[in-house]
Design a protein around this ligand. Structure first.
Ligand code: 6PG
Length: 227
């Protein structure tokens, strides 16, 4: 059983602020203990709010290494790629060395990009922090309901995602859990039903994260099911 900690906050801004504080705190302790901080980033609007706030903090990024939990198979620099959103909202606005950023080469197509990124992830484990969002159908990263993936792979190709674009690359459950801390950011009324189903024990993708570190779910009141 994965221990899930449900951390409720008033609104999406507060969720973003708490996420920023957690990331900065975990970064400090990782740097102090091991001299580096390996962070896996997520796409989605809730994490984006946190990135915008991080861009405004004065932070020394020495030792930080950035990875991605999932990517859409679109040309490099396409505006709808997760990497583009993260660059625009955060990394292009701060001093981070290019070698510290490990994007998924999703422009190569799902299968090839997944094999290339498998090596990157293997060399990076365990991560210090994995940041995730959750979709209205309970998907997380690009692990969608009803789709199974070879548990022997750290990174998997996705060819029929119900959320466009259909072709994606995602870290697999095991890789997302190979972390010292896993934070899931969930905001908005549209997520209420998935949160209710998750808490009721349904096998949603997000509920299949069996992480030894446990999961910290930061959610706003709008996403919290009323009963
Ligand atoms: C993607 C995202 C996706 C996202 C969730 C939640 O590529 O589409 O990585 O997995 O994290 O859909 O997104 P929101 O925070 O925007 O609801």
């Amino acid at each position: 059983m994965t221990a899930v900690e449900w951390l409720r906050h008033a609104n999406a801004d507060e969720v973003a602020e708490r996420a920023v504080e957690a990331i900065l705190e975990l970064a400090d302790s990782a740097i102090a203990a091991r001299g580096r901080f390996r962070l896996v980033l997520a796409g989605g609007s809730t994490p984006e709010r946190a990135y915008r706030r991080l861009a405004e903090r004065r932070t020394d990024y020495t030792g930080w290494q950035f990875y991605l939990g999932d990517e859409r198979c679109l040309p490099a620099d396409h505006p709808e790629r997760n990497s583009t959103m993260i660059q625009r909202s955060w990394l292009d606005r701060v001093a981070v060395a290019g070698q510290a950023v490990h994007w998924i080469p999703a422009e190569l197509g799902p299968e090839r990009a997944a094999s290339v990124y498998e090596e990157t992830v293997r060399d990076a484990l365990p991560f210090d922090v994995v940041l995730l969002g959750m979709g209205e159908d309970g998907h997380t990263a690009s692990l969608f309901p009803g789709q199974s993936h070879d548990p022997g792979r750290l990174v998997v190709p996705v060819t029929a995602a119900p959320k466009p674009p259909p072709e994606r690359v995602s870290l697999n459950y095991g890789a997302l859990c190979a972390a010292r801390a896993v934070l899931v950011l969930v905001t908005g009324e549209g997520k209420q039903e998935a949160v209710r189903r998750w808490r009721a024990g349904e096998a949603l993708p997000v509920a299949q994260l069996r992480c030894r570190s446990g999961l910290r779910v930061l959610l706003d009141e709008a996403a919290w099911p009323d009963s």
